[in-house]
Ligand binder design. Structure first.
Ligand code: APR
Ligand code: PHB
Length: 389
């Protein structure tokens, strides 16, 4: 089989890239290790930057998100009983849209299916050969049969545990990592959100976040120990702990109910360099992970997709390789800025096991500075709504 671009991974990065390319007449094959239902069963953050919204529009997949997504012009930050609002629209002229990543992925699958694009599900043993030559190959097994494709380019969109990053030799690859000494326990419940905007809370008992999916579906998180497991937390214990970490007015307004999902995610920052090796281009979680504070995972995947899509379009429309040549540097420049913001926002809001009294006082001073300083709020707003591509 001959194809122009082989996309390894059918998560949001791979599907968005496939759909954007398709709209420009560039053919691709998507190889996904799991089933569609499995991919759609993952629950991830749900805050979309304008850049991602624009890409979804360009991919022809934004109708439902405009209909059902919630436009948020700001967010609340709480510490103790203090709470203040950072106004995104006033500082940047741009809101964010709250719409679940699962729904983004569902819309992209629907578009891929409607356009007749190929997605091979349940592929195993994907192998990349000759990525640094002019004749790269991808082989894989599906339904017990070994297949081989000969694409012009390979997009490694296969997430943190994929094979694409590993195909770049260690002599070329450099990895940077920071493990945070805590996790997030998340609960989804069919209850009305406690507030119409998100609340990020720093409390002496640790971080808490009030988020949402729709009018009757709330998403809450609390910082937990890495050794906790979801079964250690009854619903009652979760709600009690969440309330203790929120300002009392918010805690009193909180509507609780049975959880319909409960899971723990560790927090990690990770970046691999370079993001290109020959004809292989890494995109999204395959190249970087950010802690969830600020919801940058999907949005940063989208900025990679933007750079790669633009570069491939330029190549197919004009023959120029300039965009392909600058892909890694362009994508990484933004990835590092987002990594900094996610690290900063995490550092501002969490309780660290080794935090000294001094560290704690500095953290409170930083919250106080952010509460009272317009320029600090403007900087936060600019990062939160998404740095320009
Ligand atoms: N072969 C084929 N597919 C693979 C392989 C492989 N060897 N390894 C992994 N995959 C698939 C996974 O099953 C998954 O569906 O690649 C996909 C990668 O999807 P994600 O992990 O969701 O990564 P990405 O598409 O880059 O999405 C960006 O933003 O909010 C964050 O981490 C969150 O998933 C999110 C990400
Ligand atoms: C979520 O709704 O899951 C969410 C929102 C904001 C974040 C992280 C997660 O910063």
């Amino acid at each position: 089989m001959k194809t122009q671009v082989c996309i390894i991974g059918g998560g949001p990065s791979g599907l968005l890239l496939a759909q954007l390319l398709h709209r420009r007449g560039i053919a691709s094959v998507v190889l996904e290790r799991k089933t569609k239902d499995y991919v759609l069963g993952r629950i991830r953050a749900g805050v979309l930057e304008q850049g991602l919204v624009r890409l979804m529009e360009e991919a022809g997949c934004a109708d439902r998100l405009h209909r059902e997504g919630f436009v948020h012009d700001g967010t609340l930050v709480a510490y103790g009983d203090e709470m203040f609002r950072v106004d995104f629209s006033r500082h940047t002229g741009t809101p964010v849209i709250v719409y679940g990543q699962t729904e983004v992925t569902r819309d992209l699958y629907a578009a891929r299916e409607a356009s007749g694009g190929v997605i091979e599900y349940e592929v195993e043993d994907v192998e990349i050969l000759g990525a640094d030559t002019d004749a790269p190959q991808v082989s894989y097994t599906v339904g017990g049969e070994r297949r081989r494709i000969f694409p012009q380019f390979i997009a490694g969109c296969d997430g943190f545990h994929g094979v694409s990053r590993q195909a770049i030799p260690l002599s070329v690859r450099r990895e940077y990592e920071k493990i945070y000494p805590f996790g997030w326990l998340g609960v989804l419940s069919e209850t009305p959100p406690v507030n119409h905007e998100l609340i990020y809370a720093n409390s002496p008992r640790g971080f808490a976040l009030c988020s949402m999916r729709n009018e009757n579906l709330s998403r809450y998180y609390i910082q937990c120990s890495l050794s906790d497991s979801p079964s250690d937390w009854t619903d009652a214990a979760f709600w009690q702990e969440l309330k203790r970490r929120l300002p009392s007015t918010v805690a009193q307004a909180l509507v609780t109910g049975p959880s319909i999902e409960k899971s723990i995610a560790p927090l990690r920052s990770f970046v691999t360099e370079p993001m290109r090796w020959g004809r292989l281009f890494l995109c999204g979680d395959a190249a970087h992970i950010v802690p969830p504070t600020g919801a940058k995972g999907l949005n940063t995947a989208a900025s990679d997709v933007h750079y790669l899509y633009t570069a491939l379009r330029q190549f197919y429309e004009t023959g120029s390789e300039a965009g392909l040549d600058s892909y890694s540097a362009d994508a990484l420049a933004r990835v590092w800025k987002v990594s900094r913001f996610s690290w900063w926002f995490s550092s501002l809001l969490h309780r660290y096991p080794d935090q000294s009294e001094f560290d704690h006082k500095v953290q409170l001073a930083e919250l106080e500075f952010l509460r009272t300083n317009d320029a600090a709020q403007a900087a936060m707003a600019e990062n939160y709504v998404g740095l320009p591509y």
